[in-house]
Design a protein around this ligand. Structure first.
Ligand code: PLP
Length: 433
């Protein structure tokens, strides 16, 4: 198929992009036969690469059996097996898995479970979920209430109850040292201050990406931050929710990003890398005690028609097999370290690169006016759009976020599939240079 004159598709962006023909491994081809290296794994989704034959085969086998089984009528083997595998990977106590079809649905489920737990344990006055600014937690109204980015949320404020926010650690820490525990404390203590000013008895939960995804541009929190967040939540009876929609599945070098600090949440959500783009799939993984409280108190008032779809779950199982068989978390850590050091070398040549950051194969670099001022690029500077176009021309797809200072600035996520090799790293650097 070539590009139609008029498209009836309706997306956020008015920009036209090449028409995709096929994808294999880390590469994608458009209908004109041009090849692109998928430097952002779609939207940090296609963690194990495209068209993996073993995953496709597992899905075909499931298709021959059944493509749908409604959870209220049947339990299915793929859902049961995937729940067990997921619980085994999750932190201790997080034993109960609730399947959904995407990240926003997973966050929405966590909101509902946390609230029903508070009611079940006689703390119905707890309803506020604190989140961070900037942040992104999804586009349903509940998830949006937690999203810390006013241009996205403001139009809908009358239709939801916006939740309290604390500042996320920034890309440039105003001279503070990210390796100094005092910096981590400085940002984490804002959570305690917020809990106290809002009234601890009203706070239900705190939601955080252990490593910031697109909203902050692969921002790794300062030393001690996540541990102290955990301590504060425990002290005030506030549930800790890890949003691992982007980080879950191994691309930071650990299956869950929270593992970098041995911090266990009470509820964890995962989606993008879970079935790695082979099917829409997400999950909320919750501590068994929370689920018991809710189920013993009348049941969980929540659910989606496609939850636990056997085809999606068979893809999820095959993706987990692939991650384990090919040792992909380790590869993400090693290849990511190489890519990060090569991106840092570009800083020597281009002073508009303000920062290179991230962990494993969730990396970002940020453009600034110049490194001395660290001011975000002025609106009229075309360097940002030009870089996206140059990358496309060079056959490289990168994930760009032009937020005009609203988030952490103007940044690009570089997040190729976890199967990437040093040769792919060289290709990415060439594509940017
Ligand atoms: N949470 C985070 C951290 C995300 O990055 C996203 C999507 O980018 C979401 C939630 C929402 O996921 P979805 O787009 O699958 O609804």
């Amino acid at each position: 198929m070539s590009r139609p004159q008029t498209s009836h598709l309706f997306y956020q962006s008015r920009q036209r992009r090449p028409v995709l023909d096929q994808a294999r491994g880390v590469y994608m081809w458009d209908v004109d036969g041009k090849r692109y290296l998928d430097g952002s794994s779609g939207a940090m989704v296609c963690n194990i690469g495209h068209s993996n034959p073993r995953v496709l085969e597992a899905m075909r086998k499931q298709m021959d059996k059944s493509t749908f089984g409604y959870r209220l009528h049947f339990e299915t083997e793929p859902a049961e097996l995937l729940a067990a595998r997921t619980a085994a990977l999750a932190p201790e106590g997080l034993e109960k898995v609730f399947f959904v079809s995407g990240g926003s649905e997973a966050v929405e489920s966590a909101i509902k479970l946390a609230r029903q737990n508070a009611i079940a344990i006689g703390q119905a006055q707890r309803y506020k979920i604190i989140s961070r600014e900037p942040s992104y937690h999804g586009c349903t109204l509940g998830a949006l209430a937690l999203t810390g980015y006013a241009p996205l949320t403001a139009p809908f404020d009358p239709m939801m109850r916006p939740m309290p926010k604390i500042p996320a650690p920034r890309a440039y820490l105003d001279g503070l040292d990210p390796d100094d525990e005092a910096t981590g404390r400085h940002y984490a203590d804002m959570l305690e201050a917020k809990i106290l000013s809002e009234g601890p008895e009203t706070i239900l939960a705190f939601i955080v990406e252990p490593i910031g995804g697109a909203s902050t541009g692969a921002l790794v929190p300062p030393k001690g931050y996540m541990q102290r967040i955990r301590e504060i939540c425990t002290r005030y009876g506030v549930l800790l929710i890890h949003d691992e929609v982007m980080t879950g599945g191994g691309r930071t070098g650990k299956f869950f990003a929270g593992e970098h600090w041995n911090v266990d949440p009470d509820i964890l959500v995962i989606s993008k890398g879970f079935a790695a783009g082979y099917a829409p799939l997400g999950a909320m993984i919750a501590h068994k005690d929370i689920v018991t409280n809710v189920l013993d108190n009348g049941g969980f008032l929540h659910g989606f028609t496609y939850a636990g779809n056997p085809l999606a779950c068979s893809a999820g199982l095959a993706v987990l097999d692939e991650i384990e068989r090919e040792n992909l978390c380790q590869n993400a850590a090693e290849t990511g370290a190489l890519l990060k050091s090569e991106l840092k070398k570009l800083m020597d040549r281009y002073s508009i690169i303000g920062d290179v950051r991230g962990e494993g194969l969730l990396l970002a670099f940020e453009l600034v006016e110049d490194r001395a001022s660290l001011r975000p690029l002025a609106k009229e500077l075309n360097a940002f759009n030009e870089l996206v176009d140059i990358a496309y021309e060079n056959g490289l797809i990168i994930y760009s976020r032009r937020t005009r200072g609203g988030y952490s600035g103007d940044h690009f996520l570089i997040a190729p599939p976890m199967i990437s090799t040093p040769d792919h790293v060289a290709e990415i650097i060439e594509g940017l240079d």
